[in-house]
Design a protein. Structure first.
Lengths: 137, 98
């Protein structure tokens, strides 16, 4: 019995490329691979937003209205609904002048109980060191 | 010349913008270029906004990324897709994309 930990580090901006969306969908989809694992084996993803990637975490994204696609906001809420660990780099939100009130910190509106966490980069570095597989996008 | 520049990124293109001169210069922030109009990195507005030009930002791209007109720097005018088409056809002779 073992738990494989996966780290998804999102550092790119939303929408122009699919990088951050793919990281989110892979993190969410990683929950479903458990059907292929032995009994007791588990997969535990952690999603970290660093650099310009923290701009994926802004509230009130209206991508469905304007682009006809699911917003990164919805992907983040879905992650929280599935109890994924979501970390947002404190230094980067401060550098970009983003207030916590502007960020997606929970998914209460869709029944989620897990909250995103704003943490120093050192915490994200620890996650990167502790995971079994690391994916940067 | 009357030159319109569509700027679609926050990290690239600033070097080109810095050199461009035109009798009439319009810079339109689209896609991920909208962060030039909204984000104050290290407390400072984008250096591009210091250039002598007329600035616009596409509202649809702004709202898709979680911003509204109230978040936009006072030097930048929010425009819709329809406004953008009018700008391209009526106000500028040449358009470049960065």
């Amino acid at each position: 019995m073992a738990t494989k930990r996966l780290g998804f580090i999102i550092r790119g901006l939303p929408y122009k490329t699919e990088a951050s969306r793919l990281a989110m969908t892979h993190a969410i989809a990683s929950q479903s691979v458990e059907i292929y694992l032995e009994d007791g084996d588990m997969v535990e993803p952690v999603v970290c937003f660093v650099g310009d990637g923290v701009l994926n975490c802004l509230k009130n994204q209206q991508a469905m209205k304007h682009y006809g696609i699911t917003s990164l906001e919805q992907h983040i809420k879905n992650s929280l609904l599935l109890d994924l660990k979501v970390l947002i780099c404190k230094e980067d939100i401060e550098r970009l002048g983003i207030k916590e009130a502007s960020l997606i910190m929970d998914a209460e509106d869709i029944g989620g109980e897990t909250k995103a966490q704003i943490v120093p980069y050192s915490e994200i570095q620890k996650e990167m060191e502790s995971v079994d597989h690391l994916l940067l996008s | 010349m009357k030159l319109g520049v569509l700027m679609s990124d926050i990290r690239t293109g600033s070097d080109v913008i810095g050199r461009l001169t035109a009798e009439k210069l319009g810079i339109i922030f689209v896609g991920n270029g909208i962060y030039h109009a909204t984000v104050k990195e290290d407390g400072k507005a984008s250096s591009i906004l210091g250039k002598s030009a007329t600035f616009y930002v596409l509202s649809e791209d702004l709202e898709s990324r979680g911003f509204s007109s109230s978040d936009v720097d006072s030097r930048v005018k929010p425009v819709t897709y329809s406004d953008l088409v009018d700008l391209i056809f009526n106000d500028y002779e040449k358009i470049v994309w960065l």
